[in-house]
Ligand binder design. Structure first.
Ligand SMILES: [Zn+2]
Ligand SMILES: [Zn+2]
Length: 171
């Protein structure tokens, strides 16, 4: 049974990567009747979008997960009066609520740190420039410690120069 659902809001990993709201989530469901209820399984696919973890470029892709859930008939449930048992999914009349299993499957399958490509060089650690745009990008910076040392060397040269100059002037 092929089904398409609009994605619910906030389906993702904290805004870094997720399935855009109302995007098509495709399900290929298998329903099996078992003693306690209905076993629902099948692949779930959805588009995702996010930011490259290295260069912050927009990244899109498709997430593919797998659902496997047992929906228990209400009269077979351990405690039919408890509506807030989130360990247990119920067959509600003829209906089953697929949102939670879809969420779980999609979130589990999302890449936690998507990258725009396996070779993404990321951003320059000094100025934040995108290195992919500028492969030869480099900074002609002098390490501040070396700069200080260079200053000392200059002073030394100057001083020793004047020391050497001293006796010359006296003689
Ligand atoms: Zn990137
Ligand atoms: Zn730079």
């Amino acid at each position: 049974m092929a089904l398409t659902f609009p994605a619910p809001a906030d389906l993702g990993l904290g805004g870094v990567v997720g399935v855009p709201e109302a995007a098509d989530i495709e399900l290929e469901l298998r329903l099996e009747s078992v003693m306690e209820g209905v076993l629902v399984s099948g692949p779930v696919r959805a588009p995702y979008s996010g930011e490259c973890a290295r260069c912050l470029d927009a990244v899109t892709g498709e997430v593919a997960g797998e659902i496997q859930e047992l929906y228990v008939y209400a009269d077979r449930a351990d405690n039919p009066d408890t509506e807030t048992d989130d360990q247990e999914l119920r067959v509600e009349g003829e209906l089953i609520d697929l949102e939670q299993p879809i969420r779980d499957a999609v979130v589990l399958a999302l890449p936690p740190s998507p990258v725009c490509g396996p070779d993404c060089p990321g951003l320059c650690s000094i100025c934040g420039a995108r290195l992919a745009d500028d492969p030869g990008h480099a900074h002609d910076t002098t390490d501040p410690r070396w700069a200080a040392l260079a200053g000392l060397l200059t002073d030394d040269t100057h001083e020793s120069g004047s020391l050497r100059a001293g006796p010359t002037e006296e003689s």
